[in-house]
Design a protein around this ligand. Sequence first.
Ligand code: SAH
Ligand code: SF4
Length: 366
Amino acid sequence: MRIATQTETINLYDLTRPQLETLLAGWGFSIYHADRVWAYLYQQQLQSLAEMKGLRPDLRQQLEAAAVLAPLATVAAIDSSDGYTRKFLLGLPDGQSVETVLMRFEGRDDGEGRATACVSTQVGCAMGCVFCATGQMGFLRHLTPGEIVAQVVYVDRLLRQQGENLRNVVLMGMGEPLHNYDATMAAVDIMTDHKGLALAPRHITLSTVGVVPGIRRLADEERPIHLAVSLHGATDAERQALVPPARRWPLNELMAACRYYLEKRNRRIFFEWTLIEGKNDTPAQAHSLGRLLQGLDAHVNLIPLNPTAGYDGRPTRSAAVTQFQSILAEYGIPSTVRQRRGIDIAAGCGQLRADKTRLHVDSPTS
Ligand code: SAH
Ligand code: SF4
C-alpha cells in the first residue's frame, strides 16, 4: 500500500493506524509515539501539527517536513428550517469542494437522539442516475481516504463543541462509494479504529447504486458495516431508464451478488427505492419488487423523490406510498419511508452538488 514517497506530502488523515505506525517506525519512532499522534488526530481532534505540543520535537519536525494535517475548510454552512439538518460545503486542498450533511433524529426506542453524518466519497459521480443532482453534475474526481475521514472529523468536532458525539455515518453523500472502493474502505477502517474515532461499524451504512464487483468484494471482507443497494426498478428495462449502470450490471447479476453477500455476511441488506409518481410507484411495480426480494433478509427504504434542477419528476403521494408498503408487506418485506430532511436547503437524498453559488442563493437563513 502506498503511504509515502520522497516527493509527496502525506495527508495524515489518509493513513490507517498501522500505516501511521509504519511511517513513524521508518523514522525510528515506536508505536507509543504513533499512538500519541493518532490520539491527537482523532481523540483530541487537533487541527494543526503545531498544536501537537506533547510530541517529541524531533518527531514534530519530521512530521512537519513530510506531512500535512488537512482539515476541511468551511466554504458555506446552511441550516434547514426543519431544525434538524445542517449542510456544509467543505473546501478540498485542490480548490474542489464537497457537501456533507449533519442530521439529527429523535424518538428512538432507546430514547437516544442520534447524530448522523452523510458523507461524500467523490466530487460528483460517474453513474449518471437521471434524478440525482450529483449524477447531473458529472464526475470530477475520487476523494482520498483522508478527505472522507476529514468530513467525519469535521462533523464530530462540531458536535463535541455542543456536548454531543457523532454516532452514525452514512456513505450516501456525493458519489458512488464502491466506485472508489479502496479509499472508502480505508476511511471506514480509520473511522472505526478503536483508539480513534471508534465509530461502531454497525453504525455505518454504505449505499451503492449496485456495483456488482464491489458488493462481492465487500462480502469477502471483514467489515461489519451495513449495505444499502439502490434499486428503483425491479425489471432491467425500468431500472435502466433511471440508473444507467443497470446496463452494465443487470438485475440477475446484482441479485446474485446480493444473495452472495447475504450468505457470506449473514447481514440484512437495505434496498433503496426512490418513489417517482407514475414511474415506479404502481401496485404492479410494488408486486414485482416484492417478488424480486421475497425470501431475502431485506428491508426496503422508500424515498419519495426530492426535487433536482435536471429532472422534472414528482414524488409519489402519501396514499400511494402506503399502498406500495402494504403490497411489499404481503411478500414479507418490511419497509420504511425515509424521513424528508433538509429539502429546503437541497440537503436531501440525491440533492447534493458542490455549488457555492447555489448554496448562497438558496439559503433561507443567511
Ligand atoms: N451513490 C450511492 C449513494 C448516494 S445517493 C447510491 O446511489 O446508492 C443515496 C440515495 O439517494 C440513493 O438511493 C439514490 O438513488 C437516492 N437518490 C438520488 N437522487 C434522489 C432524489 N432526487 N430523490 C430521492 N432520492 C434520491
Ligand atoms: Fe451517483 Fe448515487 Fe447519484 Fe446515482 S444516485 S448519480 S450513483 S450519487
